[in-house]
Design a protein around this ligand. Structure first.
Ligand SMILES: Cc1cc2nc3c(=O)[nH]c(=O)nc-3n(C[C@H](O)[C@H](O)[C@H](O)COP(=O)(O)O)c2cc1C
Length: 183
């Protein structure tokens, strides 16, 4: 196995169909990255016909423990940045409330406690959205509470909330350059 480089990216997949395939593809543009997979994401990715087959410079970490064992690396400086993409309304709501009871919410919480910045691709950004369901495009109407949570998360420190694939790509590219400049 290739020696893992640190610090590296921590990419979190949650169980959102919204730009799931596109977010998944972006992971492949990175080299040194750990992929944290929520229980729901593990189900959803199969519905979209995707496989967690990444190069051996990456690790795939599943949500199998009550204490979120895989987040331990944050305490040892293993990660320079977190990307939660796509982020379900569930994960966004919990992050806003300071809850950490799943792998995604623990990554966000521990990143915050270790002063590691996060980029969050929120799904619920407008009162009416077109999103990709396993059977094709569908219309959804995020609730006021979902929109309110996305807006609140934008005010949190070391948290950049992005609302489109273009914004996500730009934020990841910008952060990658920053990290490279820091050497
Ligand atoms: C095919 C499929 C697509 C889904 N898409 C979304 C979505 O776009 N946004 C969302 O908030 N939840 C979506 N869900 C529901 C979440 O998976 C569910 O709320 C889950 O509990 C989220 O858990 P997590 O935040 O830990 O990943 C979807 C579920 C399925 C089965």
């Amino acid at each position: 196995m290739t020696r893992l480089q640190t610090p590296r990216w921590a990419w979190v997949l949650t169980g959102s169909g919204h730009f799931f395939v596109e977010s998944f593809a972006l992971i492949h543009t990175l080299v040194h990255c750990d992929v944290f997979v929520s229980k729901a994401a593990n189900e959803v990715l199969r519905m979209y016909g995707l496989k967690l087959d990444f190069p051996d410079t990456m690790r795939v970490l599943h949500d199998k423990t009550a204490s979120a064992v895989p987040v331990g690396g944050f305490y040892h400086g293993d990660y320079h940045s977190v990307v939660i993409a796509p982020a379900t309304s569930n994960t966004v709501a919990k992050c806003v409330a300071g809850i950490s009871d799943s792998l995604p919410t623990n990554v966000y919480a521990q990143a915050g406690k270790c002063r590691v910045p996060s980029i969050v691709f929120a799904c619920d950004t407008a009162p009416e959205l077109e999103t990709m369901a396993p059977g094709g495009m569908v219309k959804v109407y995020p609730r006021p509470i979902d929109l309110e949570n996305t807006a609140r998360l934008k005010t949190y420190e070391r948290t950049e909330v992005v609302e489109s694939l273009a914004e996500l790509t730009a934020a990841v590219t910008r952060r990658g350059r920053e990290v490279a400049d820091l050497g």
